[in-house]
Design a protein around this ligand. Structure first.
Ligand code: UTP
Length: 505
């Protein structure tokens, strides 16, 4: 156990001794908890972190250097896509993806360490229910997609296979996530194949380079961004675990995309057959100024350029067919080989840029009063998962349809986009389209046919409520046997039991 004297000496060296200014007033429990916060912080690193945060924030005040003149779009030879590639190639990639999954070479890795402040719930986002008829949470949907893709690969290759699920959490999300999985019996996955690990936390810093005290006995800490993944992989020996299991390819994704197609065989197969070490799924931007990062080259190197770094003119530029030139919207859905991750963690992680997020951070003032600031007052330093693209030797991108694969849950329902309502609608609209494609005919409670609206894209409510369990269909496949020419009464939940009944009917 580190003593108060040792911690104090370190903090003085780091210029952060104010963190102990209420020490004399603290009860033993408060002192113990503050020491527990401070002891793991290396004084030199802490001092450097605080100086860097203040300097980075000062730099952010300066006008952004725009990358426009150095940008080139993703080159056609490294770009595939569900619309732009021919059906035979898509089929070959899918077969390859299933082949790799069947050999236990594919893992999925979930980034779930975020605080979800915009959604505004006190528990991890993965535990959120967007109001589906089944009442499923995001975690449950994801677990079922893993089970289904394992079954499909196993079936095709006459084997039993596993897609391990690595879940990166943070101090905020680890405990509730573990408990939630236990309560739900790991959604019938083998707990040995669900590997949770924790990312690092960093102190939030004020604009003068001082770490913030959130309470008299607590330092304000925040997770170090989803790019904290690379340090967390090392600290938790995750790559060694992957190696032991024979995992070669990793599909990394965000917790909040309700449509995420985990371990997508087409994407995996595409990346593998192109010999890529790093790949990104992208969607066409919805409109030129949409606030998403764009995957492109800058000075010949692939990276994600934030929308704020591009001029309006460049964002609006069109090619001769009228398409946006910089159209590849990043959706935080990445492919990495294990070797690539190893190279990043060994050589490049320290070079990853720290981005500045300016946030409202509650603090105690000089008199010990708790203050909830009305204006942003704190700096959180975050690394981004996609900042490793620049180190790829063979980068590829794969374009998917937004309505099929991307609907993030970011905001509460007071917002007009990326909310529980838009996420729910996106999923239900997708399942409605799948059911129609499989030949279902929907009727109301009086048996009257409900007119079809096959073009429903998830931006509006579909005309019927239809939810299909991922355990029955991963991506719309195999539904004809249950639905073709059947009269289906809305609301309709197609789960495994219902599927058995329909198959017999
Ligand atoms: P966001 O940047 O949308 O952040 O994360 P968030 O924490 O979910 O929400 P806000 O900004 O507080 O409202 C994108 C993805 O990266 C993960 C999140 O869990 C989400 O899956 N993430 C973010 C981490 O894993 N760690 C972090 O430190 C930050």
């Amino acid at each position: 156990m580190v003593s108060e004297e040792e911690v104090r000496a370190g903090l003085e060296r780091a210029g952060q001794a104010h963190l102990l200014r209420f020490w004399a007033e603290l009860a033993p429990a408060g002192r113990a908890s503050l020491l527990a916060d401070l002891a793991p912080l290396d004084p030199d690193e802490l001092g450097e972190h605080c100086r860097r945060a203040a300097a980075a924030r000062a730099r952010e005040q300066a006008p952004l250097e725009q990358a426009d003149s150095r940008m080139r779009p993703v080159q056609p030879e490294v770009l595939g896509g569900v619309r732009r590639s021919d059906p035979q190639s898509l089929r070959r990639w899918e077969q390859e993806g299933f082949h790799q999954i069947a050999q236990n070479k594919v893992a999925v890795l979930l980034l779930a360490g975020g605080q979800g402040t915009r959604l505004g719930v006190t528990y991890p986002k993965g535990m959120y229910r967007v109001g589906l008829p089944s009442g499923k949470t995001l975690y449950e949907l994801q677990a079922e997609r893993i089970r289904r893709v394992e079954q499909m690969a196993g079936h095709k290759h006459n084997t039993q296979c596993t897609v391990p699920w690595y879940i990166m959490t943070s101090e905020f999300t680890l405990k509730p996530t573990v408990e939630f999985f236990k309560e739900n019996n790991f959604f019938k996955l083998d707990p040995a194949n669900v590997i949770m690990f924790e990312q690092r936390m960093l102190p939030a810093v004020d604009f003068n380079g001082q770490a913030i005290l959130e309470r008299k006995d607590k330092v304000a800490m925040a997770p170090d961004g989803n790019g904290g993944l690379y340090r967390a992989l090392v600290n938790n020996e995750i790559l060694e675990d992957m190696e032991r299991r024979g995992v070669e390819y990793v599909h990394v994704y965000c917790v909040d995309n309700i449509l995420v197609k985990m371990a997508d065989p087409v994407f995996i197969g595409f990346c593998v057959m192109k010999g890529a070490d790093c790949g990104a799924k992208v969607v066409e931007k919805a409109y030129p100024t949409e606030p998403v990062g764009v995957v492109c080259q800058v000075d010949g190197i692939y990276q994600v350029v934030e929308y704020s770094e591009v001029s309006l003119e460049t964002a609006q530029r069109q090619d001769e067919s009228g398409n946006l030139v910089f159209n590849a919207g990043n959706i935080c859905n990445h492919f990495f080989t294990r070797n690539f991750l190893q190279t990043i963690t060994r050589e490049f992680e320290p070079l990853l840029k720290s981005h500045v997020a300016i946030k409202k951070v509650p603090f105690v003032d000089e008199d010990g009063n708790l203050v909830k600031p009305l204006k942003p007052n704190g700096i959180k330093m975050e690394k981004f998962v996609f900042d490793v693209f620049q180190f790829s030797k063979n980068f590829v991108a794969f374009e998917v349809l937004r309505e099929e694969e991307f609907s993030p849950l970011k905001n509460a329902d007071t917002a007009s986009k990326d909310s529980p309502t838009t996420a729910r609608q996106a999923l239900l609209a997708q399942h409605y389209r799948w059911a129609l494609r499989a030949g279902a005919c929907f009727v109301d409670e009086n048996g009257v046919r409900i007119p079809e609206q096959p073009s429903t894209l998830g931006t509006e409510n579909p005309p019927v409520l239809c939810e299909i369990s991922p355990l029955v269909s991963y991506f719309g496949e195999g539904l004809e046997v249950y639905l073709k020419d059947k009269e289906i009464c809305s609301p309709f939940i197609l789960d495994e039991n219902k599927a058995k009944l329909l198959e017999k009917a």
